[in-house]
Ligand binder design. Structure first.
Ligand code: DGJ
Length: 382
């Protein structure tokens, strides 16, 4: 009798469990509720995997257009299965007391990414920072540090990368004197700059004060060297810049790529066989555009442009989204999730997340197919 009861309970338990399991799915573009039933608030985010947990850091947005500026800080969620996320609160708070702080409330603080430094056991966060009331013209990078992935993170400073340092692929014309009409800031999009933007020498313009850095990601390679990848030179050119050993500053080793191509929202991944891929966007403000991709055998190139990885309807808008991170799924070989934001600038807190499986074709191309609903079993054939 007791044995029978135990067995039926076991069947009930396992069937409930497997039912729950098969119910777990990603629903790109839908509201995504956290453990409190609230839509996840971690936009322009990135994910760190540490000690069997995923840590999703992103911009906390508030209601109304003011939510496009940082009123709160960087929000953290954690998960063990990638479907269910626990709200862990704000891990980097904007400064509400000192208007001279670079991260004073109302600044623009975008695309935070966190990496772990194994040597000194510190968690290092970098983000795109525009101190208050200057629009997007400062184009700085903020850095913050913590002893724990749960924070709190302490803001260290904001900088322009690589002041006084030429990139490895500098050209002779970059070192020539700059004409005074170039010494202005153009405004971010290709529409503000002449077609011959590269010959303007925006790199040389910013040589002494440091290079512009707006949309960005971080990438840690297999040898633990970390890289800051950012839209520079008025967004016209992407820079890949190696960080120092402690990840808190730039090492001085960097290269510029895709000049005059206006890549924003860069993301980077590396396959198990050592191929690097970048997926990025064009430059159209909050409006979506067609994604781009590129591949390389070495992080410092040469990079080969591969075009738009999206292959379904609405490919020209990246399914109404803009890239933010490529997440390697733990425990499955070459399983990557493309993470993107469907921005809602009129009410940013309602911005949705587009997560899609990223397919690598013959180690040559990346492909993104639209899915209304999917789960990690899609990677089982890997
Ligand atoms: C596009 C960028 O990718 C976003 O992070 C944000 O900076 C918007 N531009 C602002 O228009």
């Amino acid at each position: 009798m007791f044995k029978k009861l135990f067995l039926s309970l076991l069947v009930l338990f396992t069937s409930c469990n497997s039912e729950n399991k098969s119910e777990k799915s990603f629903y790109p573009g839908e509201f995504w509720l956290d453990n409190n039933g609230v839509h996840i608030n971690a936009h322009g985010g990135g994910i760190l995997y540490h000690q069997n947990k995923y840590f999703w850091y992103g911009e906390h947005k508030i209601e109304g257009e003011i939510g496009n500026t940082a009123q709160v800080g960087v929000h953290l969620y954690t998960s063990v299965n990638l479907y269910d996320w626990n709200d862990e609160g704000i891990v980097l708070k904007v400064n509400k007391n000192d208007p001279s702080s670079d991260i004073y409330k109302g600044c623009i603080l975008e695309r935070p990414k966190v990496i772990y430094n194994k040597k000194n056991k510190k968690f290092v966060m970098w983000f795109h920072l525009e101190p208050i009331n200057r629009g997007y013209e400062a184009a700085r990078s903020g850095v913050a540090i913590s002893d724990s992935p749960f924070g709190p993170f302490t803001f260290i400073e904001s900088i322009r990368p690589n002041a006084g340092v030429w990139p490895l692929n500098v050209q002779d014309f970059h070192k020539k004197p700059i004409s005074s009409d170039v010494k202005k800031i153009y405004g971010g999009g290709p529409e503000h700059l002449p077609k011959h933007v590269d010959s303007l020498n925006l790199l040389g313009r910013d040589f002494e004060i440091g290079q512009m850095a707006r949309d960005m990601t971080l990438f840690v390679d297999d040898d633990d060297k970390a890289y800051h990848i950012y839209s520079s030179e008025d967004n016209s050119t992407l820079h890949i810049s190696q960080l120092s050993e402690n990840y808190l500053t730039h090492s001085g080793k960097y290269k510029r790529f895709f000049p005059s191509k206006f890549n924003e929202a860069p993301t980077m991944m590396k396959t198990s066989s050592g191929k690097y891929f970048i997926v990025s966007s064009g430059c159209t403000g909050w409006n979506p555009n067609a994604a781009r991709s590129a591949s390389a055998d070495s992080i410092f190139g040469p990079w080969k442009e591969l075009g738009n990885p999206c292959i379904s309807k609405d490919s020209l808008t990246t399914y109404y989204s803009q890239s933010t991170y490529i997440l390697p799924v733990q425990g499955i070989k070459d399983a990557y999730i493309f993470m993107a934001d469907r921005w809602k600038p009129e009410n940013p807190i309602e911005g949705k997340y587009i997560w899609l499986p990223l397919k690598i074709k013959n180690n040559k191309l990346v492909e993104l197919e639209w899915k209304e609903k999917w789960d990690l079993s899609i990677f089982e054939s890997n």
